[in-house]
Ligand binder design. Structure first.
Ligand SMILES: Cc1cc2nc3c(=O)[nH]c(=O)nc-3n(C[C@H](O)[C@H](O)[C@H](O)COP(=O)(O)O)c2cc1C
Length: 190
């Protein structure tokens, strides 16, 4: 089963990456074929709202996102990983999500033609960390992820979200949570 993991943190070996790698360890153990992509290494322009994809389901902007569309469509699982920045996902992750508008239009156009084949086995998952313990700290990221996975034609498979992680090595010190994350990655393959 193809698993596309997208890391939206600009901080290498940071908390998001540590948590994501634990989830991926579980996913791989359960048979997932993992492709890990660092969104910060890609050149993905922000959506310009031109409406170009309205009639075609394809984005007019020619950059690294073009190679991402087929990868998304051929994956049975997508994992979006991002730390919380101002109650949402990072700019890099949001830039990627906004460009999924082309997929949202693709799905709408195929539905209108009666050609959309819903595949309930395709699922998306959110991995996220925050510094604070705010009660509503993950709400924005979860809503964004749900809508993004819907555009990708995927059901929302849940999230693994950890509060109180700030310094680069904080997540790596919490072996118990990482073990739970690995288990969540395993279950996400079901
Ligand atoms: C620009 C910026 C905005 C942030 N906003 C929030 C926030 O709104 N709430 C919060 O709990 N943490 C916030 N944080 C803290 C990060 O979520 C936290 O440090 C996280 O562990 C970083 O993950 P990383 O190591 O993967 O980069 C922010 C950090 C930065 C750099």
């Amino acid at each position: 089963m193809k698993v596309l993991a997208l890391i939206g943190s600009p901080r290498k070996k940071g908390n998001t990456e540590t948590l994501l790698r634990a989830v991926l360890q579980g996913a791989e153990a359960a048979g997932g074929e993992i492709a890990l992509i660092r969104l910060c290494d890609l050149h993905i322009q922000p959506c310009i709202g031109c409406g170009g994809c309205d009639k075609t389901g394809e984005c007019v902007l020619q950059d690294d996102m073009q190679a991402m569309y087929p990868k998304i469509l051929e994956s049975q699982r997508v994992i979006l990983a991002s730390p919380i920045y101002f109650y949402g996902i990072t700019a890099q992750a949001k830039g990627f999500v906004d460009r999924c508008q082309a997929l949202w239009n693709r799905k709408r156009l195929l539905t209108e033609k009666g050609e959309w084949r819903k595949d309930p086995t395709r699922k998306g998952f959110l991995v996220t960390v925050s510094a604070t313990h705010g009660e509503r700290v993950f709400e924005g990221a979860i809503l964004t992820a749900k809508y993004a996975f819907d555009a990708m034609g995927m059901a929302y498979g849940g999230e693994f979200a950890v509060k109180g992680m700030d310094g680069r090595g904080d997540m790596a010190k919490d072996a118990a949570t990482l073990a739970r994350a690995e288990e969540a990655g395993r279950k996400f393959m079901d």
